[in-house]
Design a protein. Structure first.
Length: 364
């Protein structure tokens, strides 16, 4: 187990800077997930931590020791890649042993580590099989096992589940969370999938365009997004977001959309706004409900709208409708049948509305 600290780290490819002065501290034993869209710099940052990419500026410290000039092999880390990278002509046991044999480790110690990894990952029964005889999930276990036998201080995962089908991805995600609980090691995990981030992480680091947008627990990021990007990135379906101007109507503040629909400003935001200010207001699908099938929130605003599409998903139904010319999505947790073109009254919970400044995209 170890701590990891990143200080003012920058990465350039020629004149193009892709990582812009990142600061991050990861605690001993923490499961930290780096998440963001493709091209945000998360995999580049992970490769710099691993020693596979040179740092342009800044420092990386493992247990308070600067490791900028220490080779990847000597950093005490183990990395699990997106591709399994298994030797097809070797058995599972031989794949697990290969790196340890190159370190001239005693055979007794190699056997001990292999058996311990096989026990942790429940793969004792296929130690003698070749990779071609394994399923995708089993191959991923072997790839993780190859990291475990190194007994690293920190585990690095670079989108390890992206090659698995949906059902297997869920099962492997559960296994990874359980593995972290058993091992207790520091783990740093890169993904573009916010569901993986929310379910695995102790803390999430959200990246965009080579910078950190926000760091926090999954619940913090969901409930208190610091920027409009974080608000729309975290949560499924994505948060509804509508541009508006703050207006004063008969002494009360409203959010007037570009379609001239006026929505009352939430009481807890009145003192943070000025007349004429341009904002975006957002709300999650579960916070705008059709009154025919749900209870009206205490502090709410209602609008009638036609259903564009209903997606029944078993335990919930997603209803796509419009607020003015902007399509929004509502989530209801009742099994009632909803049809396209139904006219419904939707109630927006104003206490669950998020406001963002249009110039800075920061939460208000």
């Amino acid at each position: 187990m170890a701590t990891l600290e990143i200080k003012k780290v920058r990465k350039n490819y020629g004149t193009l800077e892709v990582i812009h002065g990142i600061d991050l501290f990861i605690n001993n034993g923490e499961f930290c997930v780096l998440v963001g869209p493709s091209g945000c710099g998360k995999s580049t940052l992970l490769r710099m931590i691993a020693g596979l990419e040179q740092i342009t500026k800044g420092d990386i410290l493992i247990d308070n020791q600067v490791v900028n000039n220490i080779s990847a092999a000597r950093r005490g880390l183990a990395m699990v890649f997106q591709s399994y990278a298994l030797y097809p002509h070797m058995s599972v046991r031989q794949n697990l042993a290969f790196g340890l044999e190159n370190l001239k480790m005693k055979i007794e110690e190699i056997d001990r580590r292999i058996l311990e990894a096989a026990r942790l990952l429940r793969m004792e029964e296929y130690l003698q099989r070749k990779p071609g005889q394994l399923s995708g999930g089993q191959k991923q276990r072997v790839a993780i096992g190859r990291a475990i036998v190194r007994e690293p201080s920190i585990y690095l995962f670079d989108e390890p589940l992206s090659n698995l089908d949906a059902e297997l991805r869920v099962a492997t995600r559960v296994e990874l969370k359980a593995l972290h609980a058993r091992l207790g090691n520091t783990m740093i995990y890169v993904t573009h999938d916010q569901v993986e981030a929310m379910t695995l992480a102790d803390r999430i680091v959200i990246m965009k365009d080579g910078v950190i947008e926000q760091i926090g627990t999954p619940l913090d990021l969901f409930e208190k997004p610091a920027t409009k990007f974080v608000a729309t990135f975290i949560g499924s379906p994505s948060m509804n977001m509508i541009k508006a101007t703050i207006t004063n109507q008969s002494g009360k503040l409203f959010m007037k959309t570009e379609d001239n629909i006026s929505v009352p400003v939430p009481d807890h935001k009145i003192n943070s706004l000025t007349e004429g200010q341009i904002i975006s207001f957002g709300f999650r699908a579960e916070d705008i409900v059709p009154l025919k099938f749900g209870q009206k929130p205490y502090n709410s605003w209602s609008i009638n709208s036609k259903v564009n599409l209903a997606e029944p998903l078993g335990t919930e139904t997603l209803i796509f409708t419009n607020l003015g010319n902007t399509e929004i999505v509502s989530r209801m947790f009742t099994p009632e049948l909803v049809n396209s073109n139904d006219e419904l009254e939707f109630a927006l919970n104003l206490d669950r509305t998020y406001l963002f400044d249009d110039k800075t995209d920061l939460a208000i």
